[in-house]
Design a protein around this ligand. Structure first.
Ligand code: ADP
Ligand code: MG
Length: 544
C-alpha cells in the first residue's frame, strides 16, 4: 500500500513551538528577518514597476510595552491580504520567501523554511497580526492565534502599508520584556540587516534633541565592491566589529559568485606571542543576518584565529540555523578560503615585501600552522615563508636561503642544512661562532616552530634542520683553523677548569677556542643526542 502521511495539528503544534529552536531568543531574529524580507520584496517589486506609489521610509520598529506585556515588530513592507495570510501564515511550513525567490530571482531574501514565524509562539501566549498589503483596493486585515490550531482572521481598519506583529509575551518569557535583553538580541543578530531597525520602549521619555538612531548598519562594507573601499573603511569596520582591538595587520576581501555565493572580509589580527585564546571570532552571516560564530568546517582550522565576517546564502543551514549541515558545499567554501588567503599572502609578499616581513612575527604563526595542516597551502606558502637570520636580521625565503648557504651548509647526505636558533639570546655564543664560520642561523623561536621543523623535515626533500648549539654544526664542513689564542697555554688550562666542573655534570664538552675579540672564548657543546633527549623530557635541567 502507498499513501500519504497525515499530520495532526493538535499534536505537532506544541512540538514546533517547543523544540524547533533550542534558543528562544531567535524568535526576534526570525520576525525581524520577515520584516526585512517584506521590505526588500517591496523594493524589488517597485523596481520592476509591479508596486506602484511611493516606497516611503522603509524601516522596522521594534516596540516594547512593559505595561501591556507586548513586543511589536512593525514594518512598512509589502504587507499581506487576507488570502495571503491564509496561504503563508495558516499553512505551517509553506515559505512565501522561497516562493518569492523562485519567482523573482531575488537573492537578498532571508526566509527559507516557512517555519520562522511560528517561533513567535515560543515566547507568546498569543500573537496578533495587523497587515495591509501594498496592493491597491485591499483592506487591512487582522489575524490572531493563541497557540492552539484555531485562529481568527478578519478585515479591520488598519491603513498603514505593511505588517505589525504583536506578541503577548508569556509568563515564562518575561526576560523578553526587558529593554536591555531585546537590544542585546537585536545587536547580536540584526546589526547588519539592510533595513534600518529602531527600538523603542513605550512610555520611556525620549531625551530632547537626541536623534533617533537605528541599531544597525544597513550597508556593511563586505557587501560593497573592494574597489570602492579605502584602508580607513576596512579599519573602521574592524573597529565596529571589535571595538577594543588593535588595528589589524591586513585583510582579505572575499567575493565569490561561482560556484557559490560568498562575500566577507577576513582580518589578520596582531597575535601576541603569549598565544592568548582568541575570543573575537569570525562571524558567519546569511544575507546579513548573523548566524553563528562557530565557523568550524567552513574556515580551515589554521585560519580560526582570523577575524571578520563571512556572508553566504549558500551555506547549508538547518532550520534553527544554529549549525551547519554536513555538505559538500562547505568543503568547497573551506578550500576556496584557503586558496584566497594563500593568494593574498603571496601578493603582499611580492608587492610589499618589507611590510610583509615587518608583520612576520604575527603572520608566521598562521603560515606555519597552515603549512603543517594543509598541503595545498604548503605548496603555495613555500614561496613566501620567510626565515629571519639572527645576526643580519635579514629575511630569507627557503629558496634564497638555499642559494645563500649552498657552499657551506650541506651535510654528508648532500642535504641543505638549515641552522636555527630557538633562543637568540641564550644561544648567542653559538650563533656568533656559526656566523664566524659563514653559516646563516635563522630564528625558530616561536611556539609552533618545534613542530614546524619536525613537519618540514618530512615535507621538504633535501632539507635538514640543525640547532645552532648541536655538535653536528661543527661537522658540516671541514673544521676551520682557529685564530691563535691570545691566552697562554697555562691561562687556557685555568680557564678550562673553571668551566669543566659544572659542564661535566651536564654532559657537555668544553672547548677553549682561541680568544680573539670577535668570537666567544669558550664554547660548551652538548651532543645532539643529549639535546634531543632533554627536549623530550628524558633528562631534566641543564644549561642551554
Ligand atoms: P519564511 O520566512 O521562511 O518564508 P516564515 O514562517 O518566517 O517563513 O514566514 C512565512 C511567510 O509569511 C513568509 O514567507 C511571508 O510570505 C509571510 N510573512 C511573514 N511575515 C511577514 C511580514 N512581516 N510581512 C509580509 N509577509 C510576511
Ligand atoms: Mg521567515
Amino acid at each position: 500500500q502507498k499513501g500519504q502521511i497525515r499530520v495532526q495539528t493538535e499534536n505537532i503544534f506544541p512540538i514546533i513551538k517547543k523544540f524547533l529552536y533550542s534558543d528562544h531568543e531567535i524568535f526576534l531574529r526570525e520576525l525581524v528577518s520577515n520584516a526585512t524580507d517584506a521590505s526588500q520584496k517591496l523594493k524589488t517589486l517597485s523596481g520592476i514597476g509591479e508596486a506602484k506609489g511611493e516606497l516611503g521610509d522603509l524601516r522596522i520598529d521594534v516596540v516594547l510595552d512593559t505595561k501591556e506585556k507586548t513586543l511589536s515588530i512593525i514594518d512598512r513592507g509589502i504587507g499581506m491580504t487576507a488570502e495571503e495570510i491564509d496561504k503563508y501564515i495558516n499553512q505551517v511550513a509553506f515559505s512565501g520567501a522561497e516562493e518569492f525567490v523562485n519567482k523573482y530571482k531575488d537573492a537578498s531574501i532571508i526566509g527559507h523554511f516557512g517555519l520562522g514565524f511560528y517561533s513567535a509562539f515560543m515566547v507568546s501566549d498569543k500573537v496578533d497580526i495587523y497587515s495591509k498589503s501594498y496592493k491597491e483596493n485591499t483592506s487591512g486585515v487582522f489575524w490572531s492565534c493563541d497557540g492552539s490550531p484555531e485562529y481568527e482572521l478578519y478585515d479591520v481598519d488598519y491603513n498603514e502599508r505593511g505588517t505589525r506583529i504583536v506578541l503577548h509575551i508569556n509568563e515564562e518569557s518575561k526576560e523578553f520584556l526587558e529593554a536591555g535583553r531585546i537590544k542585546g538580541i537585536l545587536t547580536k543578530f540584526c546589526k547588519f540587516l539592510p533595513i534600518p531597525i529602531y527600538f523603542k520602549e513605550v512610555g520611556e521619555k525620549e531625551e530632547e534633541g537626541t536623534e533617533e538612531k537605528s541599531i544597525n548598519n544597513t550597508n556593511p562594507i563586505w557587501v560593497k565592491k573592494p574597489g570602492d573601499l579605502t584602508k580607513e573603511d576596512y579599519e573602521g569596520f574592524y573597529k565596529e566589529l571589535y571595538p577594543f582591538n588593535e588595528t589589524p595587520l591586513f585583510w582579505i576581501h572575499l567575493n565569490v559568485d561561482y560556484p557559490f555565493n560568498l562575500t566577507g572580509i577576513l582580518y589578520f589580527p596582531k597575535i601576541k606571542q603569549s598565544h592568548e585564546i582568541q575570543k573575537d571570532k569570525i562571524q558567519l552571516y546569511s544575507n546579513q543576518v548573523f548566524v553563528t560564530d562557530e565557523v568550524k568546517d567552513i574556515v580551515p582550522e589554521f585560519l580560526m584565529l582570523l577575524q571578520g565576517v563571512i556572508d553566504s546564502p549558500d551555506i547549508p543551514l538547518n532550520v534553527s540555523r544554529s549549525y551547519l549541515q554536513g555538505d559538500p558545499n562547505v568543503k568547497k567554501i573551506n578550500t576556496h578560503i584557503t586558496k584566497k588567503v594563500a593568494d593574498k599572502l603571496e601578493e603582499i609578499f611580492r608587492t610589499e615585501r618589507t611590510s610583509f616581513e615587518e608583520k612576520w612575527e604575527s603572520l608566521g604563526l598562521f603560515v606555519k600552522y597552515g603549512m603543517m595542516t594543509d598541503d595545498k597551502f604548503l605548496e603555495k606558502a613555500n614561496k613566501f615563508l620567510v626565515m629571519e637570520e639572527a645576526i643580519e636580521k635579514k629575511f630569507y625565503t627557503l629558496e634564497e636561503y638555499k642559494i645563500a648557504t649552498e657552499a657551506l651548509q650541506k651535510n654528508k647526505d648532500g642535504k641543505n642544512v638549515i641552522i636555527y636558533t630557538t633562543d637568540p639570546i641564550q644561544q648567542d655564543a653559538y650563533i656568533q661562532a656559526a656566523n664566524a664560520k659563514g653559516y646563516k642561523v635563522v630564528k625558530m623561536e616561536t611556539l609552533v616552530d618545534a613542530s614546524f621543523i619536525n613537519h618540514m623535515e618530512t615535507k621538504w626533500e633535501n632539507i635538514s634542520f640543525t640547532r645552532v648549539d648541536a655538535d653536528i654544526v661543527d661537522n658540516l664542513v671541514d673544521k676551520q683553523e682557529h685564530a691563535d689564542s691570545i691566552l697562554s697555554k697555562d691561562e687556557e688550562e685555568q680557564l678550562k677548569k673553571l668551566f669543566e666542573f659544572p659542564a661535566n655534570a651536564l654532559h657537555v664538552t668544553v672547548e677553549i677556542k682561541g680568544l680573539s675579540k670577535e668570537t666567544a672564548p669558550v664554547v660548551a657543546t652538548r651532543p645532539e643526542f643529549m639535546r634531543r633527549m632533554k627536549d623530550m623530557g628524558a633528562i631534566g635541567g641543564g644549561m642551554a
